[in-house]
Ligand binder design. Structure first.
Ligand SMILES: [Zn+2]
Length: 616
């Protein structure tokens, strides 16, 4: 039993299902029943089959029984995955004024706002506000998503009346900041965010943030940091600065990346640095998004001495040559003017090079004329191989760094891309599975095999294609992971051969040998006796995604097979089968429902292995 929130109603229901004689819950007790779901509950446990009962906005019961519990609304999940909404670890936007439906469409139900040094803001108030004021406005107007808010370091600085020109705080200023932060934490923020590449965080000394980290730690919060630099040659120093705050509070690296870093090895080095901090007792985590471009204002290209509160006009008048020199060097380092794509009007969709050409200027002059506040866009400064390593680490959570309406695909695609891109780039493309995809376009639908319902009398009725192909002709807002793919027999066979070869095919390695071994080794303990659909498969255990034969067939009625074979089967009487002992693979599509009433699987296996031989 896995109740996620315990209230009086939940406790009653939990007690109920453990006592057979107990009365069933009354209809009025539940608003929603989702039955027959494969529940991934977020605790790290494997998926398990269960029914979920919801009362109001609270998950009341998760249980394998109670599939007929009365509820106002019933949804049959039919084995689909059911998970709690995702938590996006780094989010921008105004949860009171803007629609966060792009997040909901990705499965995100909780966003972490107040990032990069800026607290959540109220559109109605030009100045920054204490969190309590924002929270009561949010309560009054309602928000679409759950919000975990951080106190922004820069906003705290402003609320403490410290001008941006101040670099070194005196004792009084430090005390004022700590008081503002303490009030915010008491009002419900989860900790502090810093934006040390932005004004005013860029001017802060490490001691300033250290003092605030003490407040955060005392409240049990976390310091999330857009670090002082993400550049290849200075990111280690940035991590040191953040880790020092870890003496007082949990610390977290926002949108982990190495700007200008190259190759997988660079990613591994950085993870080793993070791990060494953790080994030393610092509670250090990170989040990342799966893209090779950041998105931010063009101020990031300008030197500190040209940023507010400095008067930009006089800088241009007095130090234009020096500024031009700086911008040219910086843009060259960042991949040149083609590697920056505007997302803001009037240049949205144009690279810096194109926009400058359109204006008839050199890109450096164009940037100088725009100034640090002159726009925002995507900066292609992240190496994909490095980012893949960082993103794949278990201590790195997923974030979008997106917002409603942001012109960067991370705002709409981050969570779907996890599946779509990683399946395509790491499995389908290298394996040359060219006809495997989530969505089958109209023009290719005639290639889909029909599905038939077979009655006990043997009468076949063709299922309406609309129903049979619904899954593969529907654009899903959220790519459904490893299932829901349409494939051809040839593509499937390539996949079986890759597994048969211990994870590689044609000299291309798709899976580590040890991963294949885990997939094909039973992980079911003998003490697990409730095996749902496994018993019908004979004497098998369960690896990862595959039934795994652990003992020879017990009698002639059981499906033939050898110890060590692994397979999955299911609707519509399909078999996907690998026998590494005899180096055999097979993919059998029968297209009949319900599952294999004709015993075709058994006939097929008998034909391969010959008559049953009693185990000695
Ligand atoms: Zn940031």
């Amino acid at each position: 039993m896995h109740p996620t929130r315990l209230g009086p109603i939940t406790l009653a229901a939990v007690a109920c299902v453990t006592l057979a004689s107990c009365v069933q819950p009354r209809a009025a007790d539940y608003d929603l029943l989702i039955r027959n779901a494969s529940v991934v509950d977020g605790t790290g446990a494997s998926a398990y089959r269960a029914n979920v009962l919801v009362k109001g906005d609270t998950i009341a019961v998760i249980d394998a029984q109670l599939s007929d519990a009365p509820a106002a609304r019933v949804i049959d999940a039919d084995g689909r995955t059911l998970a709690p909404g995702f938590i996006d670890m780094h989010t921008h936007g105004d949860a009171i004024e803007q629609s966060f439906e792009n997040f909901l469409a990705m499965g995100v139900t909780t966003v972490v706002l107040g990032q990069d040094g800026s607290s959540v803001e109220l559109a109605s108030t030009p100045a920054e506000v204490p969190f309590a004021q924002w929270a009561s406005a949010a309560d009054a107007s309602g928000v679409q998503v759950n919000v975990a808010a951080l106190s922004g370091h820069g906003s705290i600085r402003h609320l403490a009346q410290i001008p941006d020109s101040v670099r070194h705080l005196d004792a009084g200023q430090t005390t004022r900041m700590r008081e503002v932060l303490r009030a915010d934490l008491q009002a419900g923020t989860y900790g502090l965010s810093t934006g040390l590449e932005y004004v005013p965080g860029i001017y802060s000394e490490p001691e300033e943030v250290l003092a605030l980290a003490r407040e955060v730690g005392a409240a049990g919060g976390v310091v999330m940091s857009h670090m002082r630099s993400e550049n290849d040659d200075s990111i280690n120093r940035s991590i040191d600065e953040l880790a020092a705050q870890g003496a007082y509070a949990r610390v977290h690296i926002s949108h982990l990346k190495v700007v200008f870093g190259k190759g997988a090895e660079r990613g591994r080095q950085l993870l080793a640095v993070i791990d060494s901090k953790r080994q030393a007792g610092i509670d250090l985590t990170a989040d990342a998004y799966p893209y090779n471009a950041g998105y931010t204002g063009i101020a990031i290209l300008f030197p500190g001495w040209a940023l507010p509160p400095t008067d930009y006009k006089s800088i241009v008048a007095q130090r234009r040559t020096e500024l031009a020199d700086y911008l040219e060097k910086r843009m060259t380092r960042r991949g040149g003017p083609e590697a920056m794509l505007f997302g803001s009007e009037p240049y949205a969709g144009q690279t810096l090079a194109e926009a400058a050409r359109g204006a008839g200027k050199s890109y450096v002059d164009f940037l100088i004329d725009l100034g640090p506040g002159g726009g925002e866009g995507a900066h292609f400064t992240i190496d994909q191989a490095t980012q893949d390593v960082l993103f794949g680490d278990p201590s790195v959570a997923v974030s979008t760094d997106g917002s409603p309406g942001m012109r960067h695909p991370r705002s709409t695609g981050t969570y779907a891309k996890l599946f779509e891109r990683y399946v395509r780039e790491h499995v389908l493309d290298p394996l040359k599975m060219r006809e495997t995809r989530y969505f089958v376009p109209e023009s290719d639908r005639s290639r889909l095999a029909a599905t038939y319902d077979r009655s006990d009398a043997g009468v076949l009725t063709r299922q309406p294609d609309e129903r049979a192909f619904a899954f593969n002709t529907n654009h899903w807002a959220f790519t459904p992971g490893a299932y829901g793919l349409t494939s051809t027999l040839d593509d499937y066979l390539r996949f079986t051969r890759m597994l048969l070869n211990g994870g590689e095919l044609g000299g291309v390695r798709i899976l580590k040998r040890e991963t294949v071994r885990l997939m094909t080794t039973s992980h079911l303990a003998d003490s697990v006796t409730d095996r749902q659909w496994l018993p019908s498969k004979g004497r098998v255990g369960f690896g990862i995604d595959f039934a795994v034969r652990t003992r020879p067939p017990a009698d002639a009625k059981e499906n033939n097979g050898v110890v060590g074979e692994f397979f999955w089967d299911g609707a519509a009487s399909t078999l996907f089968w690998v026998d590494p002992v005899n180096e055999l693979t097979a993919v059998l599509f029968v297209q009949l429902l319900p599952f294999d009433r004709v015993g075709l699987h058994k006939g097929f296996r008998d034909a391969v292995y010959g008559p049953f031989a009693a185990p000695r």
